[in-house]
Design a protein around this ligand. Sequence first.
Ligand code: 0FX
Length: 241
Amino acid sequence: MKVCVITDNIYIFENFTDLLKRKPQEAQFDFYYTSWNKAFAEKFGEDGAMKPIRLKEQGEEFFSSYDMFISLHCKQLFPEQLVENHLCINVHPGYNPYNRGWFPQVFGILNKLPIGVTIHKMDAELDHGDILYQQTLDLRSDDTSKDIYQRILALEIELIEEHIEDILSGNYKALPMESEGNINYKSDFDKLCELDLEKNATYGEVIDTLRALTFAPYENAYFYDNDGKKVYVGITLRKED
Ligand code: 0FX
């Protein structure tokens, strides 16, 4: 069996390959990263443990050379021809169908919809398709986006480790999503980042906005000062012992 794994997330890649050392599988895994992912290109180049790929440029000959495709935070949209004719599984850092798309935990902190991890069959829509496995995570009162994201990554690896044999052998029930849920795009995240200093909000809403956007070293939330310069804002939360 040949499996094509496409990932743009170094933590997931390293932990997935470690997992395969702990739990060797008979399948052959080929690893790819998105061709325009500069960090991966610098680390792996053309001939490292991973190869660059642009799925749009691939055809049926490449697609049918694999029995299964796995997306581990792949930044490319899988072409319709691929998802409609081949088994494609997505490991997604969100609890489908809630907050599908961009940075699910950021929006989950704000709209209080469930946060977690989903492993699902892919179809032509974003983060959409029948669900194999999923689990929620509790949001703690002192969590920033980064805190809960770190638990999301750990849970993704845990779920993959628990179910890898069944995923590869097709020994699972794939259940339809309970609704279409909601979806967020990068443009929604970008809009959140500009703080409107004239807006009225409760302290609770302000704290949630800031913790949803606190993820060092990224500078997300900002406002413009009187000189027209951006002032970046983050928040520190510490729960008493
Ligand atoms: O790999 P990933 O965690 O996942 C993203 C999407 O959220 C996911 O829905 C999609 N399936 C996948 C292909 O891409 O993305 P990341 O490594 O770019 O970001 C990880 C976290 O870092 C994100 O949840 C929030 C934070 N972040 C990231 C960027 C680039 C920020 O707070 N600000 C940023 O500018």
